[in-house]
Design a protein around this ligand. Sequence first.
Ligand code: 13P
Length: 255
Amino acid sequence: MDKAKRKAIIAGNWKMNKTPKEATTLLNAITPLVADADCEVIACVPYVDLAAAIEATAGTNVKIGAENCHWAESGAFTGEISTGMLKEVGVEYVVLGHSERRQYFGETDETVNKRTKAALAAGLKPIVCVGELLWERECNITEEVIARQIKLDLWDVTEEELKNVVIAYEPVWAIGTGKTATADQAEEVCAFIRAQLAKLYNQDAADAVTIQYGGSMNDGNADELLSKIDVDGGLIGGASLVAEKFAAIVKAASK
Ligand code: 13P
């Protein structure tokens, strides 16, 4: 499938940044700058910012996402948030399996899979993050790591459900380090992810999936990364917190 037929998606992952008031201020700065974007624009924000973010982006082309969700509908899971809670406030996307959750909060491929299934069942669109550690890249097992994550994280996800899944390739060594994967490295792994999807589903289904790159993407390198055939967008951390930088990345994806 022609890259141009896939949905380009630029998503900000705010991580643990911005209070509700600050979220409103930032989104009020972002929305006019991206109003004519020719790609999907998303801001994934902390839970307590969701209501303010949804209000600030009402009537605009900016969609709001959460940064995680639990797999159970309700129950004794102190500190967790259900898909139903997210749906009711108007969330459309949810980041799952981010490397920071895997690294600091014991997230495994099994729990990423449970969250992904629950999100899809609730009508949320998961942005499923995969990526290798520096050590894994140095040991030459990037493809094994990614293949395993893709297979396990999407276990039991149907071809129909896959239409609502976004994959984010985020090499862990490039996150928040200022060390970006080269465009060729990003393309190599994004193409590998698409090949894995083709194996697990079929070529048409794989060709339709939006695959983002994430890891120190910014207004200076977005053009080159996004020019690659299998890089359909970006999941942006630091640069998504600065309206002008985020808007410049959106502009690069709109070309
Ligand atoms: P940075 O853009 O800050 O490297 O973060 C990337 C990321 O983790 C997005 O989810």
